[in-house]
Write a protein that binds this ligand. Structure first.
Ligand SMILES: [Zn+2]
Length: 199
């Protein structure tokens, strides 16, 4: 994959050509994948206040006039890594306590309300606008995906932490892309074994 393609990973390109997560969960998936830990830090789509603002606007998570501060961007990055930790725990472990604490803290500020439309359909909607509203929407998606069961299929790659949607029947996928992270993990295991046997 060349640099042009790498920069599109998480938005236009899914590693391994996997399908995106279904429905609104795709937005949360893109949020987690706004940074890939294998890429340079300056590629972080939430890396600065200006970048975070552009990303949130592009996703219609904030209104045109909403200003994002450095502290807001830092808060978003912290939440992103906490949600990534939850996705990594979808391989069958418990999430780190720090991750659930961060998400709990975020939900105390970013409040949700039950909205109802003229047809009687209900939805979880943010109480406020701005970054609080954006965080509330992301938490609503996390909650909805847990109700539908889709959440357990959104997994953090065991190698790079990329959030991919596991459509496999037995839900056994471990890496974002077998040809990238899967092989790298195997190579490492191979070199480890070889080093041990040479001793
Ligand atoms: Zn990976």
């Amino acid at each position: 994959m060349d640099e042009h393609d790498k920069r599109r990973v998480g938005e236009q390109i899914e590693p391994g050509g996997r399908p995106k997560a279904p429905g609104r969960l795709e937005l949360l998936q893109r949020f987690v994948n706004s940074y890939n830990h294998d890429f340079p830090p300056e590629w972080d789509r939430l890396g600065t206040a200006a970048r975070a603002q552009a990303w949130l606007r592009g996703k219609r998570l904030v209104a045109r006039g909403d200003r994002i501060s450095d502290a807001d961007a830092a808060r978003l990055r912290e939440l992103r890594e906490a949600i990534r930790a939850l996705a990594i725990a979808n391989h069958g472990t418990r999430p780190e306590p720090a991750a659930t604490e961060i998400i709990g803290e975020a939900s105390r500020v970013a409040r949700l309300t039950v909205a109802i439309d003229a047809a009687g359909r209900t939805a979880l909607a943010p109480e406020r606008g701005g970054v609080d509203g954006a965080v509330a929407t992301l938490l609503a998606i996390l909650h909805e995906a847990q109700l539908t069961g889709h959440w357990s299929r959104l997994k953090g790659c065991r190698q790079c932490g990329y959030a991919f949607f596991d459509r496999s029947k037995n839900r056994s996928a471990a890496w974002c892309d077998m040809s990238i992270c899967g092989n790298r993990t195997k190579n490492r295991a191979y070199y480890r074994r070889r080093r041990t046997s040479e001793r």
